[in-house]
Design a binder for this molecule. Sequence first.
Ligand code: DC
Length: 218
Amino acid sequence: MIIAIDGPAGAGKSTVAKLLAEKLKFLYIDTGAMYRALTLKVLETNTDIANTAKIIELAANSSISLSNNPDGTLKVLLDGREVTSDIRQPRITQFVSEIAKIKEVREVMVELQRKLGSQGNAVLDGRDIGTVVFPGAEKKFYIDAQFKERVRRRHKESKELGQRLAFEDVSADLANRDKIDSERAVAPLKQADDAVYVDTTRLNIEEVVSKVLGFING
Ligand code: DC
């Protein structure tokens, strides 16, 4: 079974997806981590963010692999090197949407996501899982929350990662990514017609998970 979880940044998607996968003993696939890993490579190779041809070449020639640790957390490898925490740096977050809007980059990532997902039961979280990657997914959710609450969560998360970011900067970054992710020509962020909409603004994580589980089992 494929469970597709889409929505904007900070809505709680990855936390819900990870907990769901753990409870159901499914594979957890964080598709945003793939775009982040490629962004890391772009920055590490000093590739100009406007050099689309070079970025496409990097996408085609990089090995990005995701696996689940025994405790359910995600492990991300870029060309065999662990980059799990590197891809959460603010400089990656700042540029990832620009990289993710390139059509040929998406083709490479989508193929990888389909390959991983087809190995068995999986929960995938992203922006286009229910619309493009697995339009036939058995269960689809669109996880959302009000903008201010999403900024609050991302700001709290960044603090927990030891990053000292101003609330206003987190807010500007989220607004920028929301815009690029939802307005891009290829696979923009949008709710699939058959996805269940969940507003998490006033729900804690346990409440979201039990709501989603209710729809899966119901
Ligand atoms: O979920 P995240 O914040 O780690 O995702 C990082 C970026 O990657 C996000 O701003 C848009 C892009 N992305 C995408 O375009 N498609 C996906 N399926 C997942 C992420």
